[in-house]
Design a protein around this ligand. Structure first.
Ligand code: AMP
Ligand code: MG
Length: 288
C-alpha cells in the first residue's frame, strides 16, 4: 500500500486523470483532490480484497443549514447578528441527491431595518423580513420539517455547515437574543470545511474554493442561504463518493451551554455579548 501511495504521489496531473478515467472515476478536480481520490480508491479496494469491512463513517442522511444574518459592511466583534434566512436541504446519500428543502425568512427584532449592504449581500429584502415570522416560530417549523422527514426518528442523520459560525455564532447568539433554549438538533454537526481541508489535504478553504477544487461552479446566488446550502450539498456528495469520513466533528461546548442557557441566564439575558467561537464550539475527536 505504501508503494502504491508513493507511486500515486509521484504521478503528474495528466497521469492521474488518465488512471481515474480508466477506473471510471470522476477525473475532475485539483491535483490534491485527484491524488486523494485515487489513493482512496486503492485503499478501499485493498481492504475489500482482504475481507476487512470498511469503517462506516457515513450516515444515510444529511441536513445542510446555511443561515443568513443581519450585517453591516464592517461588523464590530460584538455585532448582534440576527438570523434572517433559515434554509436547509436534505440529502439522501444513497440516492445521491437533495430530496427535500426548507426555507423561511425571519423577522429581526433588535435591528428590524436591514442595512443596504445586507440586502445587497444576501438578496433578502425588507419586505421579505417584515412579512416573516420571528425566529422562535421559524425554528419550531424547522423542527416539524425534521420530524416530517423522519429525521432523528426513522432516519439517522447529521447537520452539516460550512464552518463553525452557523451554529457557534448565528444560532447561539440568536437563541440568546430570542431567550429560547438552544435546540437539541444543533448540539453537534459536520463542519464540512474542516473535513474537506483534512481529507483532500488542501490549503484553507471557503465555499468558493471548495467548489473550485472540485472543478464545480457555484450554482445560483452566493449568500442566498438556500443556494449556499445546495452548493454545500454538491460538495458533500463528492466527499461521500470519494470515501471521506462524514461524521459530526464539532459540537457546542457543553459547560458554556449549561451556563448561558440555564433558566436563570435566559431570564436575565445574561452574557449576551458575542463570544469567541473557540469558547462556544469544541472539536469532536475522530475515533479510530
Ligand atoms: P454566508 O453564509 O457566507 O452567506 O454568510 C452568512 C452571513 O455572514 C451573512 O448573512 C452576513 O450576515 C455575514 N457575512 C458574510 N459575508 C459578509 C461580508 N463580506 N461582510 C459582512 N457580513 C458578511
Ligand atoms: Mg450563506
Amino acid at each position: 500500500m505504501a508503494s502504491i501511495n508513493s507511486a500515486i504521489k509521484s504521478m503528474k496531473r495528466n497521469a492521474l486523470i488518465e488512471e481515474l478515467k480508466k477506473l471510471k472515476l470522476n477525473s475532475a478536480g485539483s491535483y490534491s483532490v485527484l491524488s486523494r481520490r485515487l489513493r482512496n480508491h486503492y485503499r478501499r479496494k485493498k481492504l475489500l480484497e482482504a475481507g476487512i469491512p470498511l469503517k462506516k463513517e457515513i450516515l444515510p442522511f444529511y441536513v445542510i443549514v446555511d443561515f443568513e444574518a443581519t450585517c453591516e459592511e464592517v461588523n464590530t466583534p460584538n455585532y448582534p447578528h440576527e438570523i434572517i434566512e433559515f434554509p436547509a436541504v436534505l440529502v439522501n446519500v444513497e440516492k445521491n441527491e437533495i430530496v427535500s428543502q426548507f426555507q423561511a425568512f425571519c423577522r429581526p427584532t433588535m435591528n428590524p431595518k436591514l442595512s443596504e449592504f445586507c440586502t445587497e449581500l444576501t438578496g433578502i429584502t425588507q419586505d421579505q423580513v417584515d412579512s416573516a415570522d420571528e425566529f422562535p416560530v421559524v425554528v419550531k417549523r424547522f423542527e416539524s420539517w425534521l420530524k416530517e422527514n423522519g429525521l432523528g426518528t426513522s432516519h439517522n442523520y447529521a447537520i452539516v455547515t460550512d464552518g463553525p459560525w452557523d451554529m457557534g455564532r448565528f444560532l447561539y447568539g440568536q437563541c440568546k437574543l430570542s431567550e429560547i433554549e438552544y435546540p437539541k438538533f444543533a448540539h453537534k454537526w459536520v463542519n464540512i470545511r474542516k473535513i474537506f481541508h483534512n481529507f483532500y489535504d488542501t490549503r484553507q478553504v471557503c465555499l468558493k474554493l471548495m467548489l473550485e477544487s472540485l472543478d464545480l461552479k457555484f450554482e445560483g446566488r452566493p449568500h442566498c442561504g438556500l443556494d449556499d446550502a445546495k452548493n454545500i450539498a454538491r460538495i458533500l456528495l463528492q466527499l461521500a463518493e470519494d470515501g471521506a469520513p462524514l461524521l459530526p466533528n464539532e459540537r457546542i461546548h457543553k459547560p458554556k451551554l449549561q451556563n448561558d442557557f440555564s433558566s436563570q441566564a435566559i431570564r436575565s439575558n445574561k452574557s449576551s455579548r458575542t463570544q469567541p467561537i473557540s469558547k462556544v464550539v469544541t472539536p469532536i475527536p475522530r475515533t479510530s
